[in-house]
Write a protein that binds this ligand. Structure first.
Ligand SMILES: Nc1ncnc2c1ncn2[C@@H]1O[C@H](COP(=O)(O)OP(=O)(O)OP(=O)(O)O)[C@@H](O)[C@H]1O
Length: 213
C-alpha cells in the first residue's frame, strides 16, 4: 500500500518541562482508516495538528506523498492543506455567521471548479450524513452531533487525499455514528489515508489499524 502521510522522529512540546511526543514515527497508507487512541491529555489532538501542518514539530518531519512539508512557509503549508487535506476539529469549528451550506462550501472557494457542482456535492454529502434539513440554518441552531457531521461534510467536499478527524463520533448516537464510519471508509476507498482520534470503542473496532499514543 502506498504511504500517503508519514511522521518521522517527531518531537513536540508546548511547555519545555512536558514533552508530548518524542521521536514518534508512523506511516499512514492510502485506503486505510487508522484509529489513534490514548488517555485524555496525551497529545492526540496535538498529533493531528502536526500531521495537518497546523503546528510545526520541534524535531522530525511530516511527509505528504514523500514530500517533507513540516518546515515549509505558512503559505506553502496552507496550500497543501487546502489542496490535499480534510480536517474535522473536535469542536467542529464552524463559522457561526454563515449558513451550514456556506460553511461546507468554504474550502471550495480556494479551488477551481463551478459553484453549482460543489453545491450539488454538498447537498449529496448532507443527505448522506443526515443533516440535509439543516442546510440553511446557522451553526448556532444545530446540535453538537449535527455540527460534527456538518464539519465532516466540509472536510469531505474537496475529496481529500488525507482526512484527519478528531473524535468524529464523539457526540453521536449509534445510527449516526454508523453513517459517519461508513463515510470515513468510503473516503479511504477513494484512496485517502484516514486518521481518526477517538475514544469510541465501536469506531476503533471498525478501523483497519489502531495506534495507541
Ligand atoms: N495551545 C496549547 N498550549 C499549551 N498546552 C496545550 C495547548 N494545547 C494543548 N495543550 C496541552 O497539551 C496536552 C495534550 O493536549 P491534546 O489536546 O493534544 O490531548 P488529547 O490527547 O487530544 O486529549 P483529549 O483526549 O482530552 O482530547 C494537554 O496537557 C493540554 O493541556
Amino acid at each position: 500500500m502506498k504511504v500517503a502521510l508519514a511522521a518521522r522522529e517527531l518531537s513536540f512540546r508546548y511547555d519545555p518541562a512536558t514533552p508530548l511526543l518524542e521521536n514518534w514515527s508512523a506511516e499512514f497508507h492510502s485506503g486505510e482508516v487508522v484509529a489513534v487512541t490514548g488517555p485524555s491529555g496525551r497529545g492526540k489532538s496535538t498529533l493531528l495538528y502536526l500531521l495537518g501542518l497546523m503546528l510545526k514539530p520541534s524535531n522530525g518531519e511530516i511527509l505528504l506523498d514523500g514530500r517533507a512539508l513540516h518546515d515549509r512557509s505558512d503559505r506553502e503549508r496552507a496550500a497543501a492543506r487546502a489542496g490535499r487535506y480534510g480536517f474535522v476539529f473536535q469542536d467542529a469549528a464552524l463559522d457561526p455567521s454563515r449558513t451550514v451550506l456556506d460553511n461546507i462550501l468554504e474550502t471550495t472557494l480556494y479551488r477551481g471548479g463551478r459553484r453549482d457542482d460543489f453545491v450539488r456535492r454538498a447537498d449529496a454529502l448532507m443527505e448522506q450524513l443526515g443533516v440535509a434539513l439543516r442546510r440553511d440554518a446557522k451553526p448556532g441552531q444545530v446540535s453538537g452531533g449535527q455540527a460534527q457531521r456538518i464539519a465532516l461534510c466540509r472536510a469531505l467536499i474537496g475529496n481529500p487525499g488525507v482526512l484527519l478527524a478528531d473524535e468524529p463520533t464523539g457526540n453521536l448516537d449509534p445510527a449516526s455514528s454508523d453513517v459517519v464510519v461508513q463515510a470515513l471508509h468510503e473516503q479511504a476507498g477513494r484512496g485517502a489515508a484516514v486518521v481518526v482520534v477517538t475514544h469510541d470503542p465501536t469506531l476503533v473496532e471498525r478501523c483497519h489499524r489502531r495506534i495507541e499514543l
